[in-house]
Design a protein around this ligand. Structure first.
Ligand SMILES: Cc1ncc(COP(=O)(O)O)c(C=O)c1O
Length: 470
Protein backbone atom coordinates (compact mmCIF):
# COMPACT_ATOMS: atom_id res chain seq x y z
CA UNK A 1 0.00 0.00 0.00
CA UNK A 2 3.01 2.26 0.68
CA UNK A 3 4.11 1.69 -2.90
CA UNK A 4 0.68 2.51 -4.15
CA UNK A 5 0.55 5.71 -2.17
CA UNK A 6 3.95 6.73 -3.54
CA UNK A 7 3.00 5.98 -7.13
CA UNK A 8 -0.34 7.77 -6.74
CA UNK A 9 1.53 10.73 -5.28
CA UNK A 10 3.99 10.63 -8.19
CA UNK A 11 1.29 10.49 -10.82
CA UNK A 12 -0.61 13.32 -9.07
CA UNK A 13 2.51 15.48 -9.18
CA UNK A 14 3.15 14.52 -12.81
CA UNK A 15 -0.42 15.41 -13.80
CA UNK A 16 -0.27 18.66 -11.87
CA UNK A 17 3.01 19.57 -13.56
CA UNK A 18 1.58 18.67 -16.95
CA UNK A 19 -1.39 20.93 -16.39
CA UNK A 20 0.78 23.74 -15.07
CA UNK A 21 3.17 23.44 -18.02
CA UNK A 22 0.25 23.37 -20.41
CA UNK A 23 -1.32 26.51 -18.96
CA UNK A 24 2.04 28.32 -18.71
CA UNK A 25 2.91 27.40 -22.30
CA UNK A 26 -0.43 28.64 -23.56
CA UNK A 27 0.01 31.92 -21.68
CA UNK A 28 3.54 32.45 -23.02
CA UNK A 29 3.03 31.25 -26.54
CA UNK A 30 -0.30 32.60 -27.60
CA UNK A 31 -1.84 35.20 -25.37
CA UNK A 32 -3.71 36.61 -28.38
CA UNK A 33 -5.04 33.27 -29.40
CA UNK A 34 -6.75 32.88 -26.08
CA UNK A 35 -8.50 36.19 -26.44
CA UNK A 36 -9.22 35.71 -30.14
CA UNK A 37 -10.53 32.16 -29.85
CA UNK A 38 -13.32 32.02 -27.34
CA UNK A 39 -14.32 28.61 -28.67
CA UNK A 40 -10.96 27.16 -27.67
CA UNK A 41 -11.08 28.84 -24.29
CA UNK A 42 -14.56 27.53 -23.78
CA UNK A 43 -13.39 24.06 -24.74
CA UNK A 44 -10.64 24.14 -22.10
CA UNK A 45 -13.04 25.34 -19.43
CA UNK A 46 -15.55 22.63 -20.32
CA UNK A 47 -12.76 20.06 -20.34
CA UNK A 48 -11.52 21.17 -16.94
CA UNK A 49 -14.98 21.23 -15.47
CA UNK A 50 -16.24 18.00 -16.93
CA UNK A 51 -13.27 15.73 -16.38
CA UNK A 52 -13.48 15.42 -12.67
CA UNK A 53 -10.30 13.42 -12.36
CA UNK A 54 -8.36 16.54 -13.26
CA UNK A 55 -8.91 19.49 -11.01
CA UNK A 56 -7.29 22.17 -13.12
CA UNK A 57 -4.34 23.83 -11.44
CA UNK A 58 -4.89 21.79 -8.33
CA UNK A 59 -4.40 18.30 -6.91
CA UNK A 60 -5.45 15.34 -9.02
CA UNK A 61 -8.30 13.57 -7.26
CA UNK A 62 -9.01 10.17 -8.76
CA UNK A 63 -12.65 9.21 -8.87
CA UNK A 64 -13.35 6.08 -10.91
CA UNK A 65 -9.78 4.80 -11.33
CA UNK A 66 -8.92 4.21 -7.67
CA UNK A 67 -10.74 0.93 -7.32
CA UNK A 68 -9.25 -0.44 -10.53
CA UNK A 69 -5.76 0.52 -9.39
CA UNK A 70 -6.33 -1.04 -5.98
CA UNK A 71 -7.58 -4.26 -7.56
CA UNK A 72 -4.59 -4.48 -9.89
CA UNK A 73 -2.14 -3.94 -7.04
CA UNK A 74 -3.97 -6.33 -4.73
CA UNK A 75 -3.90 -9.13 -7.31
CA UNK A 76 -0.25 -8.50 -8.12
CA UNK A 77 0.59 -8.80 -4.42
CA UNK A 78 -0.79 -12.36 -4.07
CA UNK A 79 2.41 -14.43 -3.72
CA UNK A 80 1.17 -17.91 -4.79
CA UNK A 81 4.22 -19.24 -2.90
CA UNK A 82 6.44 -18.08 -5.74
CA UNK A 83 5.14 -20.98 -7.87
CA UNK A 84 2.19 -19.41 -9.63
CA UNK A 85 0.44 -16.15 -10.48
CA UNK A 86 -2.84 -14.49 -9.64
CA UNK A 87 -4.41 -12.51 -12.45
CA UNK A 88 -7.03 -9.79 -12.57
CA UNK A 89 -9.50 -12.17 -14.23
CA UNK A 90 -9.40 -14.14 -10.98
CA UNK A 91 -11.11 -11.29 -9.13
CA UNK A 92 -14.48 -12.37 -10.46
CA UNK A 93 -13.98 -15.57 -8.51
CA UNK A 94 -13.92 -13.64 -5.26
CA UNK A 95 -17.33 -14.82 -4.14
CA UNK A 96 -16.89 -18.36 -5.33
CA UNK A 97 -14.44 -19.40 -2.68
CA UNK A 98 -11.94 -20.47 -5.31
CA UNK A 99 -8.20 -19.97 -5.36
CA UNK A 100 -6.92 -17.05 -7.36
CA UNK A 101 -3.55 -18.66 -7.94
CA UNK A 102 -2.75 -20.32 -11.25
CA UNK A 103 0.12 -22.67 -10.49
CA UNK A 104 3.22 -23.31 -12.59
CA UNK A 105 3.66 -26.84 -13.86
CA UNK A 106 4.65 -29.23 -11.08
CA UNK A 107 2.88 -27.17 -8.39
CA UNK A 108 -0.64 -27.39 -7.02
CA UNK A 109 -2.81 -26.25 -4.11
CA UNK A 110 -4.73 -23.06 -3.50
CA UNK A 111 -1.47 -21.18 -2.93
CA UNK A 112 0.66 -23.36 -5.26
CA UNK A 113 2.79 -24.55 -2.36
CA UNK A 114 2.35 -28.25 -3.13
CA UNK A 115 5.20 -29.74 -5.21
CA UNK A 116 4.18 -32.56 -7.55
CA UNK A 117 7.15 -34.89 -7.76
CA UNK A 118 5.91 -36.99 -10.67
CA UNK A 119 5.02 -34.29 -13.16
CA UNK A 120 6.07 -34.08 -16.80
CA UNK A 121 8.20 -31.20 -18.10
CA UNK A 122 6.85 -30.04 -21.45
CA UNK A 123 9.74 -29.18 -23.75
CA UNK A 124 7.69 -29.02 -26.91
CA UNK A 125 5.56 -25.95 -26.44
CA UNK A 126 5.96 -23.11 -24.05
CA UNK A 127 5.48 -19.52 -23.06
CA UNK A 128 8.01 -16.71 -23.13
CA UNK A 129 7.88 -16.25 -19.34
CA UNK A 130 11.57 -15.41 -19.32
CA UNK A 131 10.61 -11.77 -19.98
CA UNK A 132 8.23 -11.55 -17.00
CA UNK A 133 10.87 -10.08 -14.62
CA UNK A 134 11.54 -7.23 -17.06
CA UNK A 135 7.87 -6.23 -16.98
CA UNK A 136 7.75 -6.56 -13.20
CA UNK A 137 10.74 -4.24 -12.97
CA UNK A 138 8.74 -1.82 -15.14
CA UNK A 139 5.45 -2.34 -13.32
CA UNK A 140 4.57 1.36 -13.10
CA UNK A 141 5.46 2.42 -16.62
CA UNK A 142 3.93 -0.63 -18.33
CA UNK A 143 0.63 -0.63 -16.41
CA UNK A 144 -2.45 0.55 -18.19
CA UNK A 145 -5.87 1.42 -16.82
CA UNK A 146 -8.66 1.09 -19.36
CA UNK A 147 -11.99 2.82 -18.86
CA UNK A 148 -15.22 0.92 -19.46
CA UNK A 149 -15.86 3.04 -22.56
CA UNK A 150 -12.44 2.82 -24.17
CA UNK A 151 -12.67 2.79 -28.00
CA UNK A 152 -16.05 1.17 -28.41
CA UNK A 153 -16.11 1.94 -32.12
CA UNK A 154 -15.30 -0.63 -34.81
CA UNK A 155 -12.70 1.77 -36.17
CA UNK A 156 -10.32 4.58 -35.30
CA UNK A 157 -11.38 8.12 -36.10
CA UNK A 158 -9.62 7.92 -39.49
CA UNK A 159 -11.90 4.99 -40.37
CA UNK A 160 -9.04 2.50 -40.20
CA UNK A 161 -8.73 -0.58 -38.00
CA UNK A 162 -5.00 0.00 -37.52
CA UNK A 163 -3.59 2.49 -35.02
CA UNK A 164 -1.21 4.74 -36.95
CA UNK A 165 0.55 5.61 -33.71
CA UNK A 166 1.26 1.93 -33.15
CA UNK A 167 2.60 1.68 -36.72
CA UNK A 168 5.03 4.49 -35.83
CA UNK A 169 6.11 2.68 -32.65
CA UNK A 170 6.71 -0.54 -34.58
CA UNK A 171 8.87 1.38 -37.05
CA UNK A 172 10.69 2.97 -34.13
CA UNK A 173 11.56 -0.35 -32.49
CA UNK A 174 12.81 -1.77 -35.81
CA UNK A 175 14.87 1.41 -36.26
CA UNK A 176 16.46 0.99 -32.80
CA UNK A 177 17.28 -2.69 -33.36
CA UNK A 178 18.17 -2.36 -37.03
CA UNK A 179 16.53 -5.70 -37.83
CA UNK A 180 14.13 -4.63 -40.58
CA UNK A 181 13.74 -1.87 -43.12
CA UNK A 182 10.30 -0.29 -42.79
CA UNK A 183 10.65 2.88 -44.91
CA UNK A 184 8.21 2.98 -47.78
CA UNK A 185 6.58 -0.26 -46.67
CA UNK A 186 3.07 -1.15 -45.56
CA UNK A 187 2.29 -2.56 -42.13
CA UNK A 188 -0.74 -4.64 -41.19
CA UNK A 189 -1.68 -6.16 -37.85
CA UNK A 190 -2.94 -9.65 -37.08
CA UNK A 191 -4.18 -11.64 -34.09
CA UNK A 192 -0.72 -12.97 -33.49
CA UNK A 193 1.51 -13.67 -36.44
CA UNK A 194 -0.49 -16.91 -36.58
CA UNK A 195 -3.35 -15.07 -38.31
CA UNK A 196 -0.91 -13.39 -40.67
CA UNK A 197 0.59 -16.67 -41.89
CA UNK A 198 -2.54 -17.61 -43.78
CA UNK A 199 -3.38 -14.00 -44.65
CA UNK A 200 0.00 -13.89 -46.42
CA UNK A 201 -0.59 -17.21 -48.20
CA UNK A 202 -3.97 -15.94 -49.38
CA UNK A 203 -2.49 -12.61 -50.54
CA UNK A 204 0.35 -14.26 -52.46
CA UNK A 205 -1.81 -16.92 -54.10
CA UNK A 206 -2.42 -16.48 -57.83
CA UNK A 207 -5.67 -15.55 -59.48
CA UNK A 208 -8.27 -18.35 -59.04
CA UNK A 209 -8.21 -18.90 -62.84
CA UNK A 210 -4.65 -20.22 -62.47
CA UNK A 211 -3.44 -23.43 -60.89
CA UNK A 212 -3.22 -23.33 -57.07
CA UNK A 213 0.01 -22.17 -55.43
CA UNK A 214 2.21 -24.86 -53.95
CA UNK A 215 3.03 -23.95 -50.36
CA UNK A 216 6.39 -25.34 -49.22
CA UNK A 217 8.78 -25.12 -46.26
CA UNK A 218 12.18 -26.59 -45.46
CA UNK A 219 12.37 -29.16 -42.65
CA UNK A 220 12.73 -28.78 -39.76
CA UNK A 221 9.99 -26.15 -39.91
CA UNK A 222 7.31 -24.64 -37.69
CA UNK A 223 4.42 -27.10 -38.18
CA UNK A 224 1.69 -24.46 -38.32
CA UNK A 225 2.64 -23.61 -41.94
CA UNK A 226 1.54 -27.06 -43.05
CA UNK A 227 -1.31 -27.43 -40.55
CA UNK A 228 -2.94 -24.09 -41.44
CA UNK A 229 -2.56 -24.52 -45.20
CA UNK A 230 -4.18 -27.95 -45.02
CA UNK A 231 -6.85 -26.82 -42.57
CA UNK A 232 -8.02 -23.90 -44.72
CA UNK A 233 -8.20 -26.34 -47.65
CA UNK A 234 -8.46 -23.63 -50.29
CA UNK A 235 -8.76 -23.98 -54.07
CA UNK A 236 -6.04 -21.31 -54.35
CA UNK A 237 -3.23 -23.05 -52.47
CA UNK A 238 -2.19 -26.44 -51.18
CA UNK A 239 0.63 -27.73 -49.01
CA UNK A 240 3.19 -29.60 -51.11
CA UNK A 241 5.88 -30.70 -48.67
CA UNK A 242 9.55 -29.94 -48.33
CA UNK A 243 11.02 -27.14 -50.45
CA UNK A 244 13.88 -29.38 -51.60
CA UNK A 245 11.42 -31.54 -53.55
CA UNK A 246 10.70 -28.60 -55.86
CA UNK A 247 14.18 -27.12 -56.25
CA UNK A 248 14.44 -28.04 -59.94
CA UNK A 249 10.85 -27.23 -60.85
CA UNK A 250 10.75 -23.47 -60.57
CA UNK A 251 10.77 -22.85 -64.30
CA UNK A 252 7.68 -24.99 -64.83
CA UNK A 253 4.14 -23.62 -64.78
CA UNK A 254 3.95 -24.16 -61.02
CA UNK A 255 3.57 -21.25 -58.64
CA UNK A 256 5.20 -21.49 -55.25
CA UNK A 257 4.83 -19.85 -51.87
CA UNK A 258 7.87 -20.66 -49.78
CA UNK A 259 7.87 -20.21 -46.01
CA UNK A 260 11.32 -19.20 -44.76
CA UNK A 261 11.79 -18.95 -41.00
CA UNK A 262 14.77 -16.85 -40.07
CA UNK A 263 15.96 -17.49 -37.38
CA UNK A 264 14.42 -20.89 -37.79
CA UNK A 265 12.17 -22.60 -35.30
CA UNK A 266 13.44 -25.08 -34.13
CA UNK A 267 17.15 -24.89 -35.01
CA UNK A 268 17.79 -21.13 -34.80
CA UNK A 269 19.51 -20.91 -38.22
CA UNK A 270 19.30 -17.70 -40.23
CA UNK A 271 17.71 -19.41 -43.23
CA UNK A 272 17.35 -17.92 -46.69
CA UNK A 273 14.83 -18.73 -49.43
CA UNK A 274 15.75 -21.70 -51.61
CA UNK A 275 13.41 -21.36 -54.58
CA UNK A 276 14.14 -18.65 -57.14
CA UNK A 277 12.17 -17.29 -60.08
CA UNK A 278 9.29 -15.01 -60.95
CA UNK A 279 6.73 -17.63 -59.93
CA UNK A 280 8.12 -17.90 -56.42
CA UNK A 281 6.79 -15.76 -53.58
CA UNK A 282 8.44 -15.94 -50.19
CA UNK A 283 7.01 -15.36 -46.72
CA UNK A 284 9.80 -14.54 -44.29
CA UNK A 285 8.72 -15.46 -40.79
CA UNK A 286 11.04 -13.26 -38.71
CA UNK A 287 9.35 -13.81 -35.35
CA UNK A 288 12.71 -14.59 -33.73
CA UNK A 289 14.81 -11.91 -35.46
CA UNK A 290 15.45 -10.01 -32.23
CA UNK A 291 18.66 -9.64 -30.19
CA UNK A 292 17.29 -11.99 -27.50
CA UNK A 293 17.72 -14.93 -29.83
CA UNK A 294 20.22 -14.11 -32.53
CA UNK A 295 22.90 -11.80 -33.82
CA UNK A 296 21.43 -9.15 -36.13
CA UNK A 297 23.84 -9.16 -39.07
CA UNK A 298 21.87 -6.59 -41.13
CA UNK A 299 18.36 -5.14 -41.46
CA UNK A 300 16.04 -7.54 -43.27
CA UNK A 301 14.51 -6.13 -46.43
CA UNK A 302 12.37 -9.00 -47.65
CA UNK A 303 9.16 -8.45 -49.64
CA UNK A 304 6.94 -9.88 -46.92
CA UNK A 305 8.13 -10.23 -43.32
CA UNK A 306 6.19 -11.37 -40.25
CA UNK A 307 6.90 -10.38 -36.66
CA UNK A 308 5.20 -11.14 -33.37
CA UNK A 309 4.82 -9.37 -30.03
CA UNK A 310 5.02 -12.80 -28.37
CA UNK A 311 8.69 -13.07 -29.30
CA UNK A 312 9.56 -9.38 -28.90
CA UNK A 313 8.09 -8.53 -25.49
CA UNK A 314 6.93 -11.99 -24.36
CA UNK A 315 3.19 -11.16 -24.49
CA UNK A 316 2.08 -14.32 -26.29
CA UNK A 317 -1.38 -14.08 -24.72
CA UNK A 318 -2.07 -10.65 -26.22
CA UNK A 319 -2.19 -12.23 -29.69
CA UNK A 320 -0.57 -9.51 -31.74
CA UNK A 321 1.65 -9.73 -34.79
CA UNK A 322 2.50 -7.52 -37.75
CA UNK A 323 3.51 -7.93 -41.37
CA UNK A 324 5.85 -5.57 -43.22
CA UNK A 325 4.99 -5.60 -46.90
CA UNK A 326 6.70 -4.08 -49.92
CA UNK A 327 4.00 -4.48 -52.55
CA UNK A 328 0.80 -2.45 -52.32
CA UNK A 329 -1.35 -5.09 -54.04
CA UNK A 330 -0.22 -7.73 -51.53
CA UNK A 331 -0.93 -5.30 -48.67
CA UNK A 332 -4.45 -4.64 -50.02
CA UNK A 333 -5.17 -8.38 -50.26
CA UNK A 334 -3.93 -8.98 -46.73
CA UNK A 335 -6.15 -6.15 -45.51
CA UNK A 336 -9.16 -7.78 -47.19
CA UNK A 337 -8.36 -11.05 -45.40
CA UNK A 338 -7.97 -9.33 -42.03
CA UNK A 339 -11.13 -7.26 -42.40
CA UNK A 340 -13.22 -10.23 -43.49
CA UNK A 341 -11.86 -12.61 -40.87
CA UNK A 342 -11.88 -10.37 -37.81
CA UNK A 343 -12.31 -6.66 -38.72
CA UNK A 344 -8.81 -6.04 -37.53
CA UNK A 345 -7.11 -6.59 -34.21
CA UNK A 346 -8.84 -5.66 -30.95
CA UNK A 347 -8.39 -1.96 -30.15
CA UNK A 348 -7.71 -2.92 -26.51
CA UNK A 349 -4.81 -5.10 -27.65
CA UNK A 350 -3.46 -2.33 -29.86
CA UNK A 351 -3.49 0.01 -26.85
CA UNK A 352 -1.69 -2.57 -24.70
CA UNK A 353 0.97 -3.14 -27.35
CA UNK A 354 1.40 0.61 -27.76
CA UNK A 355 2.15 0.88 -24.06
CA UNK A 356 4.57 -2.05 -24.13
CA UNK A 357 6.47 -0.60 -27.06
CA UNK A 358 6.51 2.79 -25.38
CA UNK A 359 8.35 1.18 -22.46
CA UNK A 360 10.56 -0.93 -24.75
CA UNK A 361 11.70 2.12 -26.69
CA UNK A 362 12.31 4.30 -23.61
CA UNK A 363 15.70 6.02 -23.45
CA UNK A 364 18.03 4.53 -26.04
CA UNK A 365 15.69 1.51 -26.33
CA UNK A 366 18.42 -0.98 -25.44
CA UNK A 367 17.45 -1.99 -21.91
CA UNK A 368 14.89 -4.64 -22.87
CA UNK A 369 17.31 -6.30 -25.29
CA UNK A 370 20.13 -6.29 -22.77
CA UNK A 371 17.80 -8.01 -20.32
CA UNK A 372 16.42 -10.58 -22.77
CA UNK A 373 19.79 -11.41 -24.32
CA UNK A 374 21.53 -11.86 -20.97
CA UNK A 375 18.67 -14.06 -19.69
CA UNK A 376 18.75 -16.27 -22.77
CA UNK A 377 22.57 -16.39 -22.81
CA UNK A 378 22.53 -17.46 -19.17
CA UNK A 379 20.06 -20.26 -19.93
CA UNK A 380 22.20 -21.42 -22.81
CA UNK A 381 25.34 -21.49 -20.64
CA UNK A 382 23.52 -23.66 -18.11
CA UNK A 383 21.97 -25.89 -20.76
CA UNK A 384 25.40 -26.45 -22.32
CA UNK A 385 26.92 -27.24 -18.92
CA UNK A 386 24.28 -29.88 -18.29
CA UNK A 387 24.55 -31.44 -21.73
CA UNK A 388 28.36 -31.49 -21.81
CA UNK A 389 28.24 -33.79 -18.80
CA UNK A 390 26.17 -36.32 -20.72
CA UNK A 391 27.53 -39.08 -22.92
CA UNK A 392 24.22 -39.54 -24.67
CA UNK A 393 23.06 -36.02 -25.44
CA UNK A 394 24.83 -33.48 -27.61
CA UNK A 395 23.76 -30.04 -28.73
CA UNK A 396 23.56 -28.78 -32.27
CA UNK A 397 26.51 -26.57 -33.25
CA UNK A 398 25.71 -22.89 -33.52
CA UNK A 399 28.21 -20.40 -34.95
CA UNK A 400 28.84 -16.97 -33.48
CA UNK A 401 28.20 -13.97 -35.72
CA UNK A 402 28.72 -10.19 -35.70
CA UNK A 403 25.69 -8.40 -34.28
CA UNK A 404 25.12 -4.86 -35.52
CA UNK A 405 22.88 -4.16 -32.50
CA UNK A 406 25.41 -5.11 -29.80
CA UNK A 407 28.33 -4.14 -32.07
CA UNK A 408 30.26 -7.32 -31.37
CA UNK A 409 30.46 -10.98 -32.24
CA UNK A 410 28.03 -13.07 -30.22
CA UNK A 411 26.66 -16.59 -30.01
CA UNK A 412 23.06 -17.24 -30.99
CA UNK A 413 20.68 -17.93 -28.08
CA UNK A 414 17.60 -19.30 -29.85
CA UNK A 415 14.23 -19.81 -28.23
CA UNK A 416 14.40 -23.45 -29.27
CA UNK A 417 17.37 -25.73 -29.69
CA UNK A 418 17.98 -29.13 -31.15
CA UNK A 419 19.91 -31.85 -29.46
CA UNK A 420 20.94 -35.30 -30.47
CA UNK A 421 20.43 -38.40 -28.41
CA UNK A 422 22.78 -41.30 -28.89
CA UNK A 423 21.02 -44.44 -27.83
CA UNK A 424 23.04 -46.77 -25.61
CA UNK A 425 26.32 -45.55 -27.11
CA UNK A 426 25.64 -46.86 -30.61
CA UNK A 427 24.48 -44.49 -33.32
CA UNK A 428 22.77 -41.11 -33.32
CA UNK A 429 19.24 -42.15 -32.70
CA UNK A 430 16.95 -39.17 -32.32
CA UNK A 431 16.92 -35.46 -32.95
CA UNK A 432 14.84 -33.82 -30.29
CA UNK A 433 13.86 -30.26 -29.71
CA UNK A 434 13.72 -28.27 -26.50
CA UNK A 435 12.14 -24.91 -25.89
CA UNK A 436 14.68 -22.81 -24.02
CA UNK A 437 12.16 -20.14 -23.11
CA UNK A 438 9.66 -22.56 -21.62
CA UNK A 439 10.69 -22.64 -17.98
CA UNK A 440 9.05 -19.98 -15.83
CA UNK A 441 11.60 -17.91 -13.96
CA UNK A 442 10.22 -18.95 -10.60
CA UNK A 443 11.06 -22.54 -11.56
CA UNK A 444 14.59 -23.83 -11.04
CA UNK A 445 15.91 -23.87 -14.61
CA UNK A 446 18.77 -26.32 -13.98
CA UNK A 447 16.49 -28.67 -12.10
CA UNK A 448 13.83 -28.49 -14.81
CA UNK A 449 16.36 -29.26 -17.53
CA UNK A 450 17.90 -32.15 -15.67
CA UNK A 451 14.43 -33.45 -15.01
CA UNK A 452 13.63 -33.19 -18.69
CA UNK A 453 16.71 -35.09 -19.83
CA UNK A 454 16.23 -37.76 -17.22
CA UNK A 455 12.67 -38.06 -18.39
CA UNK A 456 13.62 -38.53 -22.05
CA UNK A 457 16.31 -41.00 -21.23
CA UNK A 458 14.23 -42.96 -18.77
CA UNK A 459 11.42 -43.12 -21.28
CA UNK A 460 13.79 -44.38 -23.95
CA UNK A 461 15.03 -47.23 -21.84
CA UNK A 462 11.51 -47.86 -20.66
CA UNK A 463 11.84 -46.94 -17.01
CA UNK A 464 9.51 -44.74 -15.07
CA UNK A 465 10.86 -41.62 -13.41
CA UNK A 466 9.48 -40.96 -9.97
CA UNK A 467 11.12 -37.73 -8.92
CA UNK A 468 13.00 -34.96 -10.66
CA UNK A 469 16.73 -34.72 -10.18
CA UNK A 470 17.60 -32.01 -7.71
C1 LIG B 1 8.33 -19.38 -36.13
C2 LIG B 1 7.06 -18.94 -35.51
N1 LIG B 1 6.22 -18.19 -36.23
C3 LIG B 1 5.04 -17.77 -35.73
C4 LIG B 1 4.67 -18.10 -34.45
C5 LIG B 1 3.33 -17.64 -33.95
O1 LIG B 1 3.47 -16.55 -33.12
P1 LIG B 1 2.22 -15.72 -32.56
O2 LIG B 1 2.24 -15.87 -31.10
O3 LIG B 1 2.49 -14.31 -32.98
O4 LIG B 1 1.00 -16.23 -33.21
C6 LIG B 1 5.51 -18.86 -33.65
C7 LIG B 1 5.13 -19.22 -32.27
O5 LIG B 1 5.78 -19.92 -31.56
C8 LIG B 1 6.75 -19.30 -34.19
O6 LIG B 1 7.58 -20.06 -33.49
Amino acid sequence: MDNMATSLQKSRSATKKLLEDFTKKRRLESPKEQVQSPMKLKFIIVLCASISTFVCMGEWEPTWSTRAAEEAEAVAAIPCSGHGRAYLDGLILKDMNKSRCECNSCYAGSDCSQFLSDCPANADGGDPYFMEPFWMQHAASSAILVSGWHRMSYSYSDGSVISQLLVEYIKKVHGIVGNAITEGKYIVFGSGSTQLLNAAVYALSPDPSMSPAKVVATAPYYPLYREQTQFFNSRDFSYEGDTSLWKNNTNSSFRFIEFVTSPNNPDGKLNKGILKGSDVKTIYDRAYYWPHFTAIPSPADDDLMLFSISKLTGHAGSRFGWAIIKDEAVYQKMMIYLRLSAMGVSRDVQLRVLKLLDVATEGDGKEIFQFTYSTMRDRWIRLKQIIYKSKRFSLQKLSPQYCTFFKRVRDPSPGKCQFLITFLGFIVFLIMCINTTFVPNHFNFDCALRHLFHQFYEELINCRLTSPAQ
